[in-house]
Ligand binder design. Structure first.
Ligand SMILES: C[S@@+](CC[C@H](N)C(=O)[O-])C[C@H]1O[C@@H](n2cnc3c(N)ncnc32)[C@H](O)[C@@H]1O
Length: 243
């Protein structure tokens, strides 16, 4: 493991052990992020009474456990509290057998705290052939970092404020993530970008000053070809191909 990968992972573990909620209810950026992920999950995951895996659960399962058997996993013990069937573990080395889950979620930028080239094959491995895998990650094509040294790289590392601490994460390009899925036996069914207008605002001003109007514009921006490529957050729905 590279020094960056070790640093990103160990800092994430400490940060989420100290954090009450990954998405504080009084922070509009966080509530918009959680809402955008929840809408995609509801759209892509049909009601299931099968097995669901919530990788990097962060105390939240987006309601998928309503009828299903949902297994939650997080590197932080604190983020496992309050969720049923919760296991403390690392998404880079998932402690479950292959072909177990009908649906695997790894959303809320969990991928940005780990090496995508190690984690995505693990997510695909534990999912049944024909099963669904949903991921959400912060993109290196984001308008927020346009023309910076990290911009548009397949994989890069960045440090910036998140909620109440300096966060160190990887950023990945959508093309890089798609390539790893395809090499791991998955196919991408649908993608969606969000945090586009908000990312543009952050590039010029700061996150703290993002006006409410930017969140409304964001929903429109996600439909404009070209502009949507600059999304800071990207959702992928993938299917594991039959062996
Ligand atoms: C922003 S939170 C998202 C939580 C949840 N998935 C959601 O969307 O609400 C990121 C979560 O990833 C977890 N995480 C980070 N690195 C991880 C790893 N290597 N293995 C498992 N979980 C990890 C953190 O502890 C944290 O709970």
């Amino acid at each position: 493991m590279s020094a960056d990968a070790f640093d990103v992972k160990s800092r994430a573990k400490v940060a989420y052990e100290l954090m009450e909620h990954p998405w504080p209810a009084d922070d509009i950026w966080s509530t918009y992020t959680k809402h955008s992920i929840g809408a995609f999950v509801r759209e892509m995951v049909p009601p299931t009474d099968g097995m669901v895996f919530n990788a990097g659960c962060g105390g939240n399962d987006y309601g998928v456990s309503a009828n299903a058997t949902c297994v939650n996993l997080d590197i932080s013990e604190r983020q496992c509290r309050g969720l049923p069937k919760a296991v403390v573990g690392d998404v880079e080395h998932i402690p479950f057998p292959s072909n177990l889950f009908d649906v695997t979620l790894c959303v809320g930028a969990v991928l940005n705290y780990v090496q995508a080239q190690t984690t995505i094959p693990e997510l695909v491995r534990v999912t049944k052939p024909g099963g669904l895998i949903l991921v959400d990650f912060e993109s290196s094509l984001s308008a927020e970092i346009m023309f910076s040294p990290q911009w548009a790289k397949p994989a890069s590392v960045i440090e910036r404020m998140y909620v109440d601490h300096m966060d160190k994460t990887f950023l990945y390009s959508p093309g890089h993530i798609r390539g790893i899925f395809e090499r791991s036996g998955g196919t991408v069914l649908r993608t969606r970008g969000y945090h586009i207008a908000t990312a543009m605002w952050e590039r010029i001003f700061t996150k703290a000053l993002i006006p409410r109007a930017a969140y409304s514009i964001d929903r429109l921006a996600s439909r404009v070809p070209g502009v949507r490529a600059l999304a800071s957050s990207v959702l992928f729905a993938c299917r594991k191909l039959p062996a």
